[in-house]
Ligand binder design. Structure first.
Ligand code: FE
Ligand code: FE
Length: 199
C-alpha cells in the first residue's frame, strides 16, 4: 500500500462518511498507527485498517441487509435484530472489492472490529482497541486507564474493553453479540493460563 493509496482512501472516506464519523475514522487511523509503532505492527496496515474500519457505516439498515443477501454474506440473529452490526462484515467486503485491499490481516481487522474474536492477530487487537480509545471518544468507563494500558499491555486493554462492553450491554441482553462473549472468555482464560505458568 503506497502513500498515495492511503491518501485516496482517506479522501473517499471523507466523501462517503458523515462528518462526525469521518472525524472518528481519522482518530482511529492515527491511534492505530501509534499503537502499531508501540507494539511493533505494520504502521501502514494499521492506518489503512483504521481508515476503512467503518467504511460501511454510511449504508442504512435495510440496504446493508439486502447487500448481504445479494452477496451471500451470512446474517446472524443478532445482526438481524441490530443491522448496524453488519457494518463490519459489509465493510470488510467493500475493503476487498471496492478499495482493493489485498492484505488479509487488514480485512480481518475490519471484519472483527466490533466483537473481536478468539485468537486475534496483533493488528486486529490494535484496531479493536483504537476504535474504543481514539481521542474523539469521551464517555466510556475506565477510558483514561484503558488509554494508558493500551500502550503498556495491549491484551489487558483489550480485556478491559470487552469486560466493560459486556457489562454495559447487560441492560440490553438482546444486543449482545455472542461473539463478544466468546472473545472475552477466550482472553480471560488466556490470561489465567499465562498467570498459572508464571508461578
Ligand atoms: Fe464500527
Ligand atoms: Fe468505529
Amino acid at each position: 500500500m503506497k502513500n498515495t493509496d492511503i491518501r485516496k482512501i482517506r479522501k473517499s472516506m471523507e466523501k462517503s462518511l458523515e462528518e462526525k464519523r469521518y472525524e472518528h475514522t481519522l482518530g482511529v487511523a492515527y491511534t492505530a498507527a501509534a499503537l502499531a509503532m508501540c507494539h511493533g505492527a505494520s504502521v501502514e496496515s494499521a492506518e489503512l485498517a483504521g481508515l476503512l474500519h467503518d467504511c460501511a457505516k454510511g449504508m442504512d439498515e435495510e440496504k446493508s441487509i439486502s447487500f448481504c443477501e445479494k452477496h451471500h454474506i451470512g446474517i446472524t440473529d443478532v445482526e438481524r435484530r441490530k443491522p448496524q452490526l453488519l457494518h463490519a462484515k459489509v465493510g470488510s467486503f467493500l475493503a476487498m472489492n471496492t478499495y482493493k485491499v489485498r492484505d488479509k490481516d487488514v480485512i480481518n481487522a475490519i471484519l472483527n472490529h466490533t466483537t473481536g474474536r478468539p485468537g486475534m492477530s496483533l493488528l486486529e487487537k490494535i484496531i479493536f482497541v483504537a476504535d474504543y480509545i481514539e481521542p474523539g471518544r469521551k464517555q466510556a468507563p475506565h477510558l483514561a486507564e484503558i488509554r494508558r494500558l493500551a500502550f503498556q499491555n495491549l491484551d489487558n486493554a483489550l480485556q478491559q474493553i470487552l469486560e466493560d462492553t459486556i457489562l454495559y450491554l447487560r441492560d440490553f441482553p438482546d444486543d449482545i453479540d455472542p461473539m463478544t462473549e466468546k472473545t472475552l472468555e477466550y482472553y480471560r482464560k488466556e490470561k489465567m493460563d499465562k498467570e498459572k505458568s508464571e508461578v
